[in-house]
Design a protein around this ligand. Structure first.
Ligand code: NDP
Length: 296
């Protein structure tokens, strides 16, 4: 078994992104900025935003984080989004989800300028992506999965790919990206019958479920590549908090030829792709002539 090491692959991609930012500086353009909105007191969201800020500062991308309490009126959040839309240095706008329940998430996101949608959450961008528009941004996590496989030279073409999970931010866009690369794709979900049998057909199995340690060796065709997107927090019998994936790593790694660890797999790739999308938007908005290829 070999590790699909997201820390190693993301360092490679982040170095490439840094090179592009250095090129950008030479044109005299100010650095691009990611504007993040952290609303309410979700601890995991606060941690993700901090990780994203750190990654930006290490890559020469400026950040401005709006930390707002959970009682902030929707109109105030929308006004701040509009200000970021109008700021020429802001190239990425990210509203960290989930928002506290009383907000209308869809409505708030709809005020982000599609040209500054760092996550590719907006229907305009998702729509363009599904129609094969090569210039649109791509959601960070699915893009990160594809770049991770590319880094390890694992081709998906003509392979049987099974994705467990059909969310708008992971499963569905990933299915599209796999199809685009000529994989034969099956998408499973909570109503799929005989999930193990379907999963065991796959040459490449992706778990994006949100169920800690659910996928063990019995779901995996011997020698398959396994990508674990899940990030789950569990409590150990001695009351310690632990982060784990959707795969039972010890069991799954006995069947898989390649497997992502959690943490250290898809997570760092997602962050690297957020940096990529922010820079990508900036280059398009400012019409700067820099090639955005970053693959090995
Ligand atoms: P969602 O909850 O939106 O979707 C989960 C999907 O899994 C749904 O399609 C659901 O089916 C399916 N599912 C749930 N239970 C089962 C089951 N028992 N059998 C088969 N399918 C099942 O989650 P997300 O897509 O947002 O996230 C998935 C996981 O990935 C989470 O752990 C999340 O934390 C993690 N994540 C990690 C990221 C990273 O950077 N590494 C980024 C984003 C998410 P149905 O549609 O029928 O309900």
């Amino acid at each position: 078994m070999q590790l699909l090491d997201g820390k190693q692959a993301s360092s490679y991609y982040r170095a490439k992104i840094l090179e592009k930012i250095e090129q950008l500086k030479k044109t005299g353009a100010p650095p691009p900025r990611l504007a993040a909105f952290l609303i309410g007191d979700n601890k995991a969201s606060a941690m993700y935003v901090r990780m994203k800020e750190k990654a930006c500062s290490e890559s020469g991308i400026a950040t401005r984080t709006h930390i707002l309490d959970g009682q902030t009126p929707e109109s105030e959040i929308i006004e701040l989004i509009k200000k970021e839309n109008a700021d020429p240095e802001t190239a990425g706008i990210l509203v960290q989800l989930p928002l506290p329940k009383h907000y209308d998430e869809k409505k708030i996101l709809s005020f982000i300028d599609p040209a500054k949608d760092a996550d590719c959450f907006l229907p305009q961008n998702i729509g363009h992506m599904f129609l094969g528009d090569e210039t649109t941004v791509i959601p960070c996590t699915p893009l990160g999965v594809m770049k991770l496989l590319k880094y390890y030279k694992i081709s998906v073409a003509s392979k049987e790919v099974c994705i467990i999970g059909r969310s708008n931010i992971v499963g569905k866009p990933l299915a599209y990206l796999m199809l685009k690369e000529n994989a034969t794709v099956t998408v499973c979900h909570s109503k799929t019958l005989n999930l193990k049998d379907v999963a065991r057909r796959a040459d490449i199995l992706v778990a994006a479920i949100g169920r800690a340690n659910m996928i063990d060796a019995s779901y995996i065709k011997p020698g398959a590549v396994v990508v674990d997107v899940g990030i789950n927090r569990i409590e150990t019998p001695d009351k310690k908090q632990l982060t784990c994936g959707d795969c039972d790593f010890d069991s799954a790694s006995k069947a898989a030829s390649w497997i992502t660890p959690v943490p250290g797999g898809v997570g760092p790739m997602t962050i690297a792709m957020l940096l990529y999308n922010t820079l990508y938007n900036y280059v398009l908005i400012k019409k700067i002539d820099i090639k955005m290829d970053i693959e090995p």
